[in-house]
Ligand binder design. Structure first.
Ligand SMILES: NC(=O)c1ccc[n+]([C@@H]2O[C@H](COP(=O)([O-])OP(=O)(O)OC[C@H]3O[C@@H](n4cnc5c(N)ncnc54)[C@H](OP(=O)(O)O)[C@@H]3O)[C@@H](O)[C@H]2O)c1
Length: 426
């Protein structure tokens, strides 16, 4: 995407200059291999394999780190920040792992670290949380932030196809990586929701505290049953703010990413293919929604340009900490353990079709004070395995897991139960 940024600057650099009164010049571009042929025509003299030469060049006022990875990228960013140079990055993996440390370094050196492109590509969600909604406490944040998963789930729904068949096709078409785990197992989305949660709530949320589930378990059958019940399955990243509770912590939040049933009439259910969307609820503004392309070099370049413009304005106006990139302001925030969170659930069991099965399952759920709101059991032949779908009323994840362990031990249960959350956006 570095090429996309170069191209966008060539196209609209003049426009930005006329809007800001600041002229941009790409002084140098560091790449891994200068001899490689590139779709964007960058003069050979500007290319170098020595990133240090670019960062330390006295003519470089703003450093853009668009190489990805964590080791060299971290060296690039820390070197620049130590020199007091503002940095623009799109690197969610690095921010997720070391964001707190890097933001602190920027603060110490009186400069800024900009990261609009690190979450949801072209959607300016960082600016929204940093600036536009600064007067709000963020009570809920829901996001479809991984384009690959959204693309796969959309096609599974439209075509009734299997996860693995759609994944293989997505890889062929370039919508999924050859090594898809970062996306389909939820880790990429977890990195992004961790960044948004930290920004929205003012304390750092490390990846280990984010409950992460991917989409491998979702089957065409689940999509079909969900549809019958009026829901669509999406990979939803969420941040929910709770009351102080017994812990006495001022800010308690749930941060998770899970396949989730959302009402088909809800706007997030209709965000399809590679598109991303983020719904932010503020205590003053209410619900707000942001939609756009979550990846791709042009969409992401738009976010990088916005950061470059901000960095330039700050340099011009000597306001390096005008809107600090990340402001720790909650000293005793806490991420609630997933076991203590409450949700409605969709439960799919594979059961032997025989009289009394449902009653035994309902009894085990009842022992854990878990109520069933509806049931679907397609007609089968006695003695055969059939799917049994239960919609479950609000229950804690701990209670649900305990009940599922007991249910799983019943001889009539075949295979592993599948459990997804149901979100009604209340
Ligand atoms: N692509 C997207 O849609 C997108 C969206 C949001 C965020 N991001 C983030 O943007 C970052 C880059 O992703 P990408 O997809 O653009 O990756 P990419 O296509 O692999 O590009 C990486 C670039 O960095 C250069 N590079 C790598 N290691 C280097 C080194 N040691 N020294 C100098 N240059 C080096 C590469 O040079 P060569 O060209 O010579 O190989 C290449 O130009 C990642 O953090 C990613 O998470 C990407």
């Amino acid at each position: 995407m570095g090429g996309g940024v170069y191209h966008a600057l060539q196209r609209n650099g003049g426009l930005i200059s006329s809007r800001l009164g600041v002229k941009f010049r790409v002084s140098q571009v560091a790449v891994r291999d200068v001899s490689k042929s590139r779709p964007v025509d960058i003069p050979r003299a500007r290319l170098t394999q020595d990133w240090r030469a670019v960062v330390e060049n006295p003519e470089t006022d703003i450093v853009c780190e668009l190489m990805g990875g964590v080791t060299t990228a971290k060296a690039v960013i820390t070197t620049a920040l130590k020199l007091g140079k503002p940095v623009v990055t799109a690197n969610k993996a690095l921010l997720s792992a070391c964001g707190e440390e890097l933001f602190e370094l920027a603060k110490q050196r009186g400069t800024s670290l900009y990261y609009e492109a690190s979450v949801a590509g072209g959607i300016p969600i960082i600016k929204v949380l940093r600036e536009a909604l600064i007067g709000n406490r963020i009570t809920r944040l829901y996001g479809i932030v991984n384009g690959t998963c959204n693309y796969i789930l959309t096609r599974m729904k439209l075509e009734g196809a299997d996860f693995s068949a759609v994944l293989a096709d997505a890889q062929r078409l370039g919508f999924a990586e050859a090594e898809p785990s970062l996306d389909v197992d939820g880790h990429d989305g977890a990195q992004k929701i961790g960044i948004l949660a930290s920004l929205a709530h003012g304390f750092w949320v490390p990846p280990a505290q984010i409950h992460t589930e991917g989409i491998r378990e979702v089957t065409p059958l689940d999509i079909q049953f969900a549809e019958q019940l009026g829901y669509t399955i999406k990979l939803i990243a969420m941040v929910k703010k709770f009351d102080a509770g017994r812990s006495g912590k001022t800010t308690r939040i749930q941060v998770s990413i899970t396949p989730t049933l959302v009402p088909s009439s809800h706007v997030l259910a209709n965000v399809n293919h590679v598109f991303n969307a983020v719904l932010v609820r503020g205590d003053v503004v209410g619900d707000t929604l942001y939609y756009g392309r979550g990846a791709g070099q042009d969409a992401t370049a738009s976010s990088v340009l916005s950061d470059i413009a901000d960095a330039a304005l700050d340099l011009q106006c000597h306001t390096e900490q005008r809107v600090p990139a990340f402001v720790p302001h909650e000293n005793d925030g806490e991420v609630v353990k997933i076991d203590d969170t409450i949700s409605r659930y969709y439960l799919r069991l594979s059961v032997v079709d025989k009289p009394g099965t449902l009653a035994r399952i309902a009894a085990l759920l009842g022992q854990s004070k878990i109520g069933i709101s509806s049931v679907i059991q397609p007609e089968g032949h006695e003695g055969e395995s059939v799917p049994l779908i239960l919609m479950i009323h609000d229950a804690s994840f701990a209670a649900m897991s305990k009940a599922l362990t007991k249910i799983g031990r019943l001889p009539v249960i075949k295979g592993t139960p599948v459990l997804f959350r149901v979100e009604n956006f209340e």
